[in-house]
Unconditional design. Sequence first.
Length: 358
Amino acid sequence: MTYRIKKSVAFLLTLIVISSLALSACSKSSSNSASTEDDSDKPVKLKLAHQFASVTDGEGDYRSLLADRFAKEVEERSNGSIQIEVYPADSLMKGKEHYSALQKGSLDMAVYLPFYDAGKVNEFSISLMPGIIKNSAEAWKWPGSKIGDEVEGLLDNNGIKMLVWTWAPTTLATKGKKENVVKEPSDLKGLKLRGAGNDSEQMFEDLGAGIASMASSELYSALQTGVLDGTLTSYSSFMSYRLFEVVDNFLYPDDNAIMYALMPLVISSDVYDNKLNEEQKAIVDEVSAELQEWVIEAVEEDNSQVVQTFKDNGVNVYEISPEESKKWFEAAQPTVEKFAESSEEANRLIKAARELNE
């Protein structure tokens, strides 16, 4: 009898343990399921940084407008499931910090200047390479072409996904009413200049200029105090940083810019691949494609205002001839060849860029 009682008790205890484990498992499963559902309901919050001045009353630098419009459109179309906070004017971090921040995960998106990081990734120099793009028509052929695919692949291999291509034509402005007027490459000799990227600075140095490297946001003070005699930057940056207030001469190549700077809207590849679901990716891609068309128009509109703005502020505007423009293009070729010889990938990039316009 005792044996039977013990056996029954043991059996009951076993049932109790099994039931407890089953209930616990169900509870955990239910909890995990609820947690997953809660997580899926939470919006994806992203940080987008850039160095350009804030938009005021819907007006401003097209690169700043691009960031704001992208954030607004994506949030609306995703019904708030993607929320992008925009940090303009270096308010979150400096432009030269974007690359490492995108890789480390402390930044999700940026209006990014790859040429700032050519010292880390040599091939990023292609994004501000003199002597390979003659005009805006050639620049806008890159998206969707072989060279465009190469550039997008280069960024992606470094953890950065291109969303919207943005080309900014660049030129030179100098101080000094007479002595520092720059018309052709030989006029650079003896001037202290900022060139924006490694290769543009190397080109200017080879032509006899002294070089001082700094961010666009530092140019106003440097020109005002005489630290610089002149600078290379984009037409839009001349406007948004109000550099027409501190220079005397502006070199205007019309549609034949000294060089073109790539400043795309990008997202961390890790964020795109792992934080966005398929529906959210589709929304990001859709908005990017629509804004690509807008950017091309915005760049042209922005550039059309630059000459009159400089003239209105008493700046001497020198419009270079096609012959002078050709001299600038030819003066850049040693820099192009040096880059092409720096690696197999660099050579492939230059070859693809040249083939596009043959």
